[in-house]
Write a protein that binds this ligand. Sequence first.
Ligand code: CA
Length: 651
Amino acid sequence: MAALFERIGFMTDREFTNIKLDERFRYDGKDLGAVCEEDRTTFKVWSPAAERIVLRLYREDKGAHCMEREMICGEKGVWELAFERSLHGTYYDYLVRIDGADTVTADPYARACGCNGARSMVVDLRLTDPEGFERDCAPKAQEEQIIYELHIKDFSYDRDGGVPEAYRGKYKAFTVKNTGKDYPTCMEYLKSLGVTHVHLLPFFDYGSVDEAGDERQYNWGYDPLNFNVPEGSYATDAKDGTVRIRECKEMIRAFHENGLRVIMDVVYNHTYQEDSWLQRVMPGYYYRYHEDGRLSDGSACGNDIAAGRAMVDNYIADSVMYWAKEYHIDGFRFDLMGLLTVELMNRIRRELDQEFGLGEKLLYGEPWRADSSPMERGTRAALKENTRCLDEGIGIFSDDTRDAIKGHVFEEKEPGFVNGGSDLEPLILHAVTGWRDGGADFCPLSCSQIINYVSAHDNFTLWDKLVLSMHGKDPDFTRRYEDVLAANRLAAFIYFTCQGNLFMQAGEEFGRTKLGEENSYCSRPEINMLRWHQTVEFGDLVEYYRGLIRLRKKLPGLCDKSPGAEMRITAKSIHRDGVVSFRVNNRALGHESWEELLIVYNASPDDYRMRVPEGSWEVLADGKAADCRRMIEEGVREVPVEGRSGMLLAR
Ligand code: CA
């Protein structure tokens, strides 16, 4: 193989090499990795660069190998070996010879692994299914996507949550039915909130937490090690590779049983280290390099995966399909999607639609990257500026909406519309249509491409940002500032009345604070965890969000995702500094709903008297309550909209 490799110029011209490689060695089979059934196990690994590959089998996660076998190189650079029996539960790795040097590597296609992921494991996947998993299916799609972003450990680390000690911070915490508290916590709480999707921060196997270490370790997990294996530190046993798979599936089944769909945060743009399994089996192929040979670093994590090459794209698309099929995942959030390509994202959209039905699986991502990255010739980066090249069913986080509402994410003191910013009225009115009627430096194909949000795991929590921008130096993040609460409610009211999909960070609805910490990716779990008692202390805020969530689902004029949905929004008006209003055509076939909505945002500190148009109107939400019903008496032609609040009227 090395000679062949030299002939196609592997070491001389990288780009030329990769194009040639893709032409000659592209392999589209879906059987890479160890595939194990009742009476047969096959191992396949793609490496046109290898001169020799030896498969080594182990009885246990640790210790010496008990058997080794030479693999055979077949077509397209795929090395393979088959056994006429099930090797379920056997650990393995590969000894790969490239340019005369032998390297040990785990299987980049591994579906299971031992503790810390360095040794892969053969599993018969059917034996990892929890009871009844074959009947598990997602709850019916609802009128709107309301996504709740959550980290697995944050969910149950707080003892106040009432999850048994052994399950705290684990997949298993989601299966606990009764937490024994006198207020709803954990899954009961999530269910009561009314959100439709839970988006989980990365839970593929990542490298930054020692799975044999103590429970006080913490990381968000944006450092992939084994893309097709669940993370071991969330399992009750990280050594036996079947346990993490079964428990991860139990978690997903529990979400489905409680009426929630599950979205997986995926990080295909980089790996934990350059020295990954992908790199060990096929050096140089899976990463981007600058012309001088340096690794590119558009991810700011040390390396960029070279999306745009045939086997890289196959790897990513196949991995997504694997999670969707095997684990019943209902959607994917792409980290730094701007490092991947439009072509790959559209292909993933297409494959998911073909397999599961149009739009059944959600797809969205960050339409940006930390730095530029040398893309493959002929590909386009999946950046915000290329939104119109992306399928209508691929969403982008709208930083425009986020920053207009609450201010810049990096400039902590810089306010947005709700916390004292000025001249933002026109932008807020554009945000309402998901930027379909201008106002931004891009225009989506429809508001289905827009994810409206004001907080996520990155940067300050909404509460902390509002406190910092409204209460200056050394504020007390744990104090219930009434003006911050009002700004928080108004921020929520605004994005819940924008067209597009809705997204919130867990705890936004109960004043979640990280005590002003901006980047808590590896901070103590106590900084990051959800503090369940705050759902009581901020019960009024939680109730307000619950109301907004219920109300949103009843308003087809705002839920409409069609390309013409922005036409529903009329009579946009700026009344004075900080006060805007617009009307929404809320009629929809098959919906018995209000015909028209009138929505007012008053970000100024003073009350505003809003003129009520002709007709019989009622208030469905104001600054204190959402999803209420209060008729406006006949003859009353003005309603007061309190300072720093919103109002939604309907007729
Ligand atoms: Ca791990």
